[in-house]
Design a protein around this ligand. Structure first.
Ligand SMILES: [Zn+2]
Length: 502
């Protein structure tokens, strides 16, 4: 059996889950479900990033124990996984014991390869990003993403990671793996960054100043820097390094290397820093990094200061999970920035879901259930060559789109097929044929069922609940590869998407 491993980034638990991370989860879920549909054994990882100064200060500010604080937030993200109907198999927290041990072992291997050294450390630091900032990254001495925060100057003895050593190996690796980062323009961006030269960076903090982290092996005065610790989750979640005493199965040898989905703000960490860390620890590089854009709200950047950070929970409650999934996957191009507004969501709902998919399913199901009381016997030979060709083209298109991380293009293709089926109904008027030409009626209905079958199957990773409902109405059986020889007990479907009046 083929294995497939996909992971999201881990959100930092200093804020409520927002719609941008919901989109990342949903994108990863589509790819995970697609691979499961192909018959692969799938591991789908997500979780929470729980160390670092930002969390430590927030907890202190609220008079809470940091562990209690992160426990509270981890629950919210676990709940998000449930509410979004994700097929994830793993939920890792970087405060989990097995992760801490894995991170320490990873550190030891980098140290053994002479890629970690101690030096004095003086930098400009943005506590909003939890990142060092070079002068070129600052505008008027402020971080572009956090203009309200003061940039801090810091100096202390820290451990450093020899990032500079990996410039050549990274460039060689990129050259050997021409689709390592998708989309292309992000890949070019990271290549230019690495070509520009790499600076070693600090990977520890003094425990006396900031105790909320994993202890550096062999130095109880230091804790591991939050980014260095968090990135290791992608392998610790697979049980690396396998230790029977840990009680976690060894999935690393079967599932690594994996595919990673991340936002454009994570490009450098995932496709350069993490890759250099893997090289240093002597582990294989990731398989692929898929980079998505940001969601704007009503045309504006989502930000705390604008007060427009959109929470996915009430949207799911109001419209249903598949409506939010559909909107985010269809309206926002997978690798670009896109815009969210409730108005746009309602427009997509009424146009694409109520009038498009819902209407087609209802029309065809009603015709079948009214005219074939004993079930509709499906005969593949009755599918005409135009329909067959359209479906073949459709399948080719959706495979190419999904492999190239263009999930919105799959949905465009599905809705083209829906439009084709609608036109086919209007052109052939099956309700009239049912009375005067039963042979022709059977042919028309066979072609429609064939189209709806492929629509339903393709939609399953995108809108699992809706796809399941359509399968129930049409008596499609999930485990079967086709419909040949089936007698479908089609029933009248209820209204999948009742129109929303505006
Ligand atoms: Zn910042």
């Amino acid at each position: 059996m083929k294995t497939f491993y996909i992971t999201t980034t881990l959100p930092y638990v200093n804020a409520e889950p927002h719609i941008g991370f919901a989109m990342e989860l949903i994108q990863a879920d589509v790819i995970a479900r697609y691979h499961a549909q192909l018959g692969d054994e799938v591991v789908f990882n997500t979780g929470t990033d729980e160390h670092g100064v930002k969390i430590y200060s927030k907890a202190i500010e609220q008079g809470k124990d940091p562990q209690d604080y992160v426990d509270e937030y981890a629950e919210k993200f676990k709940n998000l996984v449930k509410v979004l109907n994700l097929s994830s198999t793993n939920f890792i927290r970087t405060t989990d014991d097995y992760h801490k041990k894995s991170a320490q072992e990873f550190w030891k291997r980098c140290l053994a390869n002479s890629d970690i050294y101690k030096a004095s450390y003086k930098i400009k630091y943005c506590t909003g990003c939890e990142l060092e900032k070079t002068d070129s990254e600052l505008a008027d001495g402020k971080c572009g993403l956090h203009p309200n925060l003061q940039i801090e100057e810091r100096e202390e003895e820290n451990y450093f990671f020899k990032f500079s050593k990996f410039q050549k190996s990274l460039l060689k690796f990129y050259e050997d793996n021409p689709t390592f980062v998708l989309p292309d323009f992000r890949f070019n961006e990271i290549k230019r960054f690495v070509e520009g030269g790499l600076n070693d960076f600090s990977i520890s903090r003094l425990k006396s100043k900031m105790p909320w982290g994993i202890e550096v092996p062999g130095d109880p005065e230091q804790v591991v820097y939050v980014w260095f610790d968090a990135l290791i989750n992608y392998v610790s979640t697979l049980g690396w390094p396998f230790d029977p005493a840990q009680g976690k199965p060894d999935m690393f040898s079967d599932f690594w290397p994996g595919t990673q989905v991340a936002g454009k703000d994570n490009l450098r960490q995932q496709s350069a820093i993490w890759q250099a860390m893997l090289m240093s620890a002597g582990l294989p590089n990731s398989k692929q990094i898929l980079i998505h854009g940001f969601i704007n709200i009503d045309g504006q950047k989502m930000s705390k200061s604008l007060g427009n950070v959109t929470n996915p929970f009430p949207l799911v409650e109001k419209y249903g999970v598949d409506v939010l999934r559909y909107f985010l996957l269809r309206e926002i191009p997978s690798t670009e920035d896109g815009d969210f507004s409730e108005e746009k969501l309602v427009a997509r709902y009424n146009g694409d879901l109520a009038n498009g998919l819902g209407n087609l399913v209802a029309r065809v199901a009603t015709l079948l259930s009214n005219n074939f009381n004993e079930g509709f016997e499906f005969d593949e030979k009755l599918v005409d060559s135009e329909t067959n060709q359209a479906i073949q083209d459709f399948i080719t298109k959706y495979k190419v789109s999904i492999e190239n991380f263009k999930l919105h293009e799959v949905l465009i293709a599905v809705w083209e097929l829906i439009a084709r089926a609608d036109k086919y109904v209007n052109d052939n008027k099956p309700w009239a044929l049912a009375k005067k030409d039963t042979e022709k009626f059977k042919i028309v209905m066979t072609n429609l069922v064939e189209m709806i079958y492929h629509i339903t199957k393709t939609l399953a990773p995108f809108m699992p609940e809706t796809s399941g409902k359509i399968s129930d109405v049409f008596d499609f059986k999930k485990e079967e590869a086709g419909l040949e020889g089936r007698r479908l007990k089609v029933r009248k479907g209820g209204v999948l998407f009742p129109r929303i009046e505006q």
